[in-house]
Design a protein around this ligand. Structure first.
Ligand SMILES: *Cc1c(COP(=O)(O)O)cnc(C)c1O
Length: 477
C-alpha cells in the first residue's frame, strides 16, 4: 500500500515511511492510494471477537506486508492490554436509541490513548528495524500530550518533547504530562497559547536541516496511523448494535477533524454508517462551512471543552481532497487562499459530497452544561464536557432527522479530567480512577520556555545531545 499527499507534490510513501513522516514535505497530509473494502461477511464476523482481533483485521490491509503479521498482532495486543475495561471501548445506553461509546478507559482517560498506545509501538518497531533514533515532537492543548508522554515514556529509540501553553491546561492534564519521570520525556510549558505551541512545532518541521538531524516525528492527528487506529472502534461499536445488518449513525465531538474523519474511512471500507455528525463547541468553523460553503477562520474562544478549541481543523483537508475527487491542485489553491485571506469557498460538487455524509451542529456553553446536568439527573451518567457537546448535538440530530438508526456519541474523555465543569453543572466532583490516585501528589518535572523559536530549538538540540538534563521545577500553582 502506498500513501499520497493531499497536495500532490510529494513522492508516494510506504506505510512505515508515512508513519515516521507525519506531515508531507509539500505541506499536505498523507492518505492511502485506495481503501480496502471489507465484505458484509467479514464485518458480521467481528461479532464476539476481541477489540484487538478486530483492530488487526481493520489495520493490517493498510500495513500490507511491511510488518510481519505476528509482530503487528503483538503490538496491537500489547497496546489494548493497557486498557482498564475488558471490552476496551464499551457502549453505554443513555436514552432510547442513544448510546455513548466510552473511549476513556486507557491510561490517560481520553480517546487519544486508543491511537497513541499503538502509534508508539509502531514507531519504536520501525526505528528499531532501521537502527535509528527519532525525536518525537507535539503541541497539545492537554490530551494529546498526556497520551503521547504516557505511550512513549521509557522507549529507548526516542526522545519526546511536548509543548503546551503554560497555565492553560487543566491541572489533571498538566500533571499527566509532568509526573511521568522518564529521562526521555520533556514537558515544555510555552509562555503563550496553544496556537503558539502549534506554530513552534510546525516551524521545527519546516526547518529541513533540523528535521533531518533530529529525525523529527510528529504525533499530532495529522499522522495517518492515528486516524487508522481510530477507525477500529467505529467497527466494534456498530457491530455491537447490529451492523452490518442494521445501519448506525455516529456523533463525534470534533476539533481537528481527525476522529470524525476516521468514521468516514470506516464507511468507505464498507461499514453501513448512515449519518456522520460533526459536533463542535462554540468554535463552530465546521458547522458554518457545511451550512454556507465558506470555510472562514474566526477567533479561538476558550470553552469548558478545551480540546476542541480549534479554528484550523487540519484533517478537514483530507475530507476536502476526497470530496473533490482527489484533485490535488484544487487543494493546493484552497490552502494557499486560506493562508493568505483566512478563508476559502468549498466548490459546489465537493460541498454536496460532504453534505451527503455529514451533518454538523455547534453547541453553546450553556447547552453543554445543561446536557451534563440532564445526563446526571435522568440517566445517572457523569459525562465530560466534550462528550456532552456530542450528546447535545445527537439530540438535535434525532429531532431534525427522526431517530431512524441508533445514534452513537463518541465519549472522548473521562469526566474526572474536567472536574470543575462537572461540579459546576451537577454539584458533584468526579474522582480519578484508582490507577491515577497518586497523581495530585507526585513531583512534577517541566521546563518553562519563552515563546521564542530560537530558545525552543536550542533547548531541544541540547537535550537530544545530552548536554543538559531535565530541570525539575515546582508547579507554579
Ligand atoms: C482531541 C479531543 C477531541 C477532538 O478530537 P479531533 O480528532 O481533534 O477532532 C475531542 N474530545 C477530547 C476529549 C479530545 O481530547
Amino acid at each position: 500500500m502506498k500513501y499520497i499527499s493531499t497536495r500532490g507534490e510529494a513522492a508516494p510513501l510506504s506505510f512505515t515511511q508515512t508513519l515516521l513522516a507525519g506531515l508531507a514535505p509539500d505541506g499536505g497530509l498523507y492518505l492511502p492510494q485506495d481503501y480496502p473494502r471489507l465484505s458484509q461477511e467479514e464485518i458480521a464476523g467481528f461479532a464476539g471477537r476481541s477489540y484487538a482481533e478486530v483492530a488487526e483485521a481493520v489495520i493490517s490491509p493498510y500495513v500490507a506486508d511491511e510488518i510481519a503479521a505476528p509482530a503487528l498482532r503483538g503490538m496491537i495486543e500489547a497496546a489494548y492490554a493497557s486498557f482498564r475495561h475488558p471490552a476496551v471501548a464499551p457502549l453505554a445506553q443513555l436514552d432510547d436509541n442513544l448510546f455513548t461509546l466510552e473511549l476513556f478507559h486507557g491510561p490517560t482517560l481520553a480517546f487519544k490513548d486508543l491511537a497513541m498506545q499503538l502509534l508508539a509501538r509502531l514507531v519504536e518497531h520501525a526505528l528499531h528495524a532501521r537502527g535509528q533514533r527519532a525525536t518525537i515532537v507535539g503541541a497539545t492543548s492537554g490530551d494529546t500530550g498526556a497520551a503521547a508522554i504516557e505511550a512513549f515514556s521509557g522507549l529507548r529509540q526516542v526522545d519526546v518533547f511536548i509543548l503546551y501553553p503554560h497555565g492553560r491546561v487543566s491541572e489533571v492534564q498538566r500533571r499527566q504530562m509532568t509526573t511521568v519521570g522518564a529521562d526521555n520525556v520533556h514537558a515544555i510549558a510555552i509562555e503563550g497559547s496553544f496556537d503558539d505551541a502549534q506554530a513552534a512545532v510546525k516551524a521545527l518541521f519546516n526547518n529541513p536541516p533540523l528535521r533531518e538531524k533530529l529525525n523529527l516525528c510528529g504525533v499530532n492527528s495529522i499522522n495517518w496511523a492515528r486516524i487508522l487506529a481510530q477507525t477500529v472502534y467505529y467497527f466494534t461499536s456498530a457491530v455491537a448494535l447490529g451492523a452490518p445488518y442494521r445501519p448506525v449513525s455516529f456523533v463525534t465531538p470534533t476539533g481537528n477533524f481527525g476522529d470524525v474523519f476516521a468514521g468516514w474511512i470506516a464507511k468507505r471500507m464498507g461499514l453501513p454508517v448512515d449519518r456522520l455528525v460533526i459536533a463542535t463547541n462554540s468554535n463552530d468553523i465546521l458547522p458554518r462551512a457545511l451550512a454556507s460553503g465558506a470555510y472562514a477562520l474566526g477567533e479561538v474562544r476558550p470553552t469548558q471543552s478545551p480540546s476542541m478549541d480549534i479554528q484550523v481543523s487540519s484533517n478537514f483537508e483530507r475530507l476536502l481532497f476526497e470530496a473533490s475527487g482527489r484533485d490535488a491542485p484544487t487543494i493546493r489553491a484552497k490552502m494557499a487562499q486560506l493562508a493568505q485571506s483566512r478563508s476559502f469557498d468549498i466548490d459546489a460538487g465537493a460541498l454536496n459530497a460532504i453534505r451527503a455524509d455529514f451533518d454538523a451542529f455547534s453547541v453553546s456553553e450553556e447547552q453543554t452544561s445543561q446536557e451534563i446536568a440532564r445526563l446526571w439527573r435522568e440517566a445517572r451518567y457523569l459525562c465530560d464536557p466534550h462528550s456532552a457537546v456530542g450528546v447535545s448535538a445527537a439530540r438535535r440530530e434525532a429531532l431534525s432527522r427522526g431517530a431512524r438508526t441508533p445514534l452513537v456519541v463518541l465519549g472522548t474523555a473521562h469526566a474526572a479530567k474536567f472536574p470543575d465543569a462537572i461540579e459546576a453543572a451537577t454539584g458533584l466532583r468526579p474522582e480519578l480512577p484508582p490507577h491515577l490516585a497518586g497523581l495530585m501528589e507526585r513531583p512534577e518535572h517541566f521546563s518553562v520556555l519563552p515563546n521564542d523559536q530560537g530558545e525552543i530549538e536550542r533547548f531541544i538540540r541540547a537535550a537530544v545531545s545530552g548536554e543538559t538534563g531535565r530541570e525539575p521545577q515546582k508547579a507554579a500553582s
